[in-house]
Design a protein around this ligand. Structure first.
Ligand code: SAM
Length: 435
C-alpha cells in the first residue's frame, strides 16, 4: 500500500541524476512546478541542457544530494541508480528510480491537469495502463463529464459566452460542455440547444433570456446587467447562445460589457448554423468545381429599409453561394431584389428549418419561386436559406428525406432581433429553475 501525496517543490532543490529523455521529462515537470533542478550526468541531452537547470557534466558521486528534497535516479545505468537510491535512503530523501519501480521509494504518477484540478494515476506499476487511464480522465474532465463544478467560490465570478451550435446538443463543443458542467447559472437564448441543459447538476439555475414569441423578453441591456450582477456575486455564468456567439449573436456586445465592467470572460466559439445547417441537410457551402466562395448575410430587413446595409447588388453578382439567416419574413423582398439585380431566377434554393434537430425540414426550390412555395408550405423560423448551385449536391448526396407531416406548432417563432422593451418584472418571469 502506498501513500499518495502532492509536493510543493517551489524553490526547493531537486536532483536529477541522468541526462537522457527520461531526465528531460522529469526536469520539465519539476521546472513547471517551480523546483530548483540540478542535473548530474556525463552526457546531457541538448534539450535538457537548454532548460533553466544547473548542470554538472560528470558521474554522480556521494554528497550530491546535500540539501536536496527529492531525487530522480534516471540514468541508463542501474548500478548508478542503485547508488543514488542508497544515498537517498541514508539521508531520508525521497528517491524515484526510473529503471526499477519495485526498488523505488517513490513513483511519479501519470498526471491529468485541468485548471485547478490535478488527477494523478498509478496502475500497479504498469505505466502504459496508467497513461491510458490518464487520457480517458483528461478527456472526461475536458468535456465536463465529471462533476467539476466548484463548491468553493471566489469573490469574483466569470462569464463564458458559449456558442451552443445550431440545435443538436451533439454539436456543442467539448469546451462548451465543460463550462456548462462548472456553471452556477446558465443564461440561455431561445435558439440555444435545450438538450445541452438536461445534464446540468442540481442547483444550477437556468435563466431563459430567449426571444420567445409573444412573451416578455430581456433587452440586451438587461442581459448584460444580469451577467455582470451574477459574476460580481462570485458565480460562474454561462451565456449559452445558438450557433456561434459572434455570428449575428450579439456576443461582441456582451464581451464588451464584460471588458468594461472588469469581469473575467471567455468566448467559446460555436458551430454556426450558417454552415452546419446546410451541411447537415446535405449541402456543402463550397464545393470544388462549383464555387470557391460563400457569403453569410442577415436578411431580417427589407432591402428597401433605410437601415439596411447589405449590398444586394454585390451579392446578386457575387459569391457562388449565398447563405441567408433570419430571412423567412423577408424572403419575397430579398429574392425579388436578387433577381432584379441579376441573379438567375432558376438558381436553386434550399430553405432548411430547424436544422440539425429532429424537426428539420427542407424545402428545395428556385430563386424565382421560393418565396411563394415557402409561404404555401408554411415555412417558419428558424431557417437557413441557401442560394446557389451547391444546393443540387443534396440530391447527389442522397440527403433528401421522405415526405413527412409538418410538426404542429402553436406559435410562429420570430426571427428578427428583439425590438420591444420588456417590463422590469421580465427577469423574474424568465427564471425557469432555481434551486
Ligand atoms: C440571431 S441569428 C443567430 C445565429 C447564430 N449565432 C449562429 O451562428 O448560428 C438566428 C438565425 O440563425 C439561423 N438558425 C439558427 N439555428 C438554426 C437552426 N437550427 N435551423 C435553421 N436556422 C437556424 C436562423 O436563420 C435564425 O433566424
Amino acid at each position: 500500500m502506498t501513500y499518495p501525496l502532492m509536493l510543493d517543490v517551489t524553490g526547493r532543490r531537486v536532483v536529477v541524476a541522468g541526462g537522457g529523455r527520461v531526465a528531460l521529462r522529469r526536469a520539465e515537470a519539476l521546472l513547471a512546478a517551480g523546483a530548483l533542478v540540478h542535473v548530474i550526468a556525463p552526457q546531457v541531452d541538448p534539450a535538457l541542457a537548454g532548460l533553466e537547470v544547473t548542470v554538472s557534466r560528470r558521474e554522480y558521486r556521494d554528497g550530491d544530494l546535500a540539501g536536496a528534497w527529492l531525487v530522480h535516479a534516471a540514468t541508463s545505468d542501474p548500478a548508478v541508480n542503485a547508488r543514488v537510491a542508497a544515498e537517498a535512503q541514508r539521508l531520508r530523501i525521497w528517491c524515484v528510480r526510473a529503471d526499477d519501480a519495485a526498488a523505488s521509494a517513490a513513483w511519479t504518477p501519470a498526471v491529468a491537469r485541468d485548471g485547478e484540478i490535478t488527477v494523478a494515476v498509478t496502475a500497479g506499476g504498469d505505466p502504459e495502463r496508467a497513461k491510458r487511464l490518464r487520457a480517458a480522465i483528461a478527456f472526461a474532465l475536458a468535456e465536463g463529464a465529471l462533476p467539476v463544478r466548484p463548491r468553493r467560490r471566489g469573490t469574483l465570478g466569470r462569464v463564458a459566452l458559449v456558442g451552443g451550435g445550431p440545435g443538436d446538443p451533439g454539436l456543442l463543443t467539448v469546451r462548451g460542455r465543460r463550462l456548462l458542467a462548472e456553471a452556477d447559472v446558465v443564461v440561455a437564448d431561445r435558439l440555444a440547444p435545450r438538450g445541452a441543459l438536461t445534464g446540468l447538476g442540481p442547483g444550477v439555475e437556468v435563466i431563459d433570456a430567449g426571444k420567445a414569441p409573444h412573451a416578455p423578453q430581456l433587452t440586451q441591456e438587461q442581459i448584460n446587467a444580469l451577467l455582470m450582477e451574477r459574476a460580481r456575486a462570485g458565480q460562474r455564468v454561462v451565456r449559452l447562445k445558438g450557433g456561434d456567439p459572434f455570428v449575428f449573436g450579439r456576443g461582441g456586445e456582451e464581451a464588451l460589457a464584460c471588458a468594461a465592467a472588469g469581469i473575467p470572460f471567455e468566448v467559446v466559439p460555436g458551430v454556426t448554423s450558417a454552415v452546419a445547417v446546410p451541411a447537415c441537410a446535405g449541402i456543402p457551402v463550397t464545393h470544388r468545381g462549383i464555387t470557391q466562395d460563400f457569403a453569410v448575410v442577415s436578411a431580417h430587413l427589407d432591402p428597401s429599409h433605410p437601415g439596411a446595409t447589405v449590398d444586394w447588388e454585390a451579392l446578386a453578382a457575387g459569391p457562388g453561394t449565398l447563405v441567408l439567416l433570419m430571412a423567412v419574413a423577408r424572403l419575397p423582398e430579398v429574392t425579388r431584389e436578387l433577381v432584379k439585380r441579376g441573379r438567375d431566377a432558376s438558381t436553386p434554393v434550399a430553405v432548411i428549418c430547424d436544422g440539425t434537430t429532429e424537426r428539420q425540414r427542407v424545402l428545395v426550390s428556385t430563386l424565382g419561386q421560393v418565396a411563394e412555395e415557402a409561404a404555401a408550405s408554411s415555412v417558419r423560423p428558424p431557417a437557413v436559406v441557401v442560394i446557389g448551385e451547391v444546393v443540387r449536391l443534396r440530391e447527389a448526396l442522397g440527403r433528401e428525406e421522405p415526405a413527412r407531416e409538418e410538426p404542429a406548432r402553436e406559435e410562429p417563432a420570430r426571427e428578427e432581433p428583439a425590438r420591444e422593451e420588456p417590463g422590469p418584472e421580465a427577469l423574474a418571469r424568465h427564471t425557469l429553475g432555481a434551486a
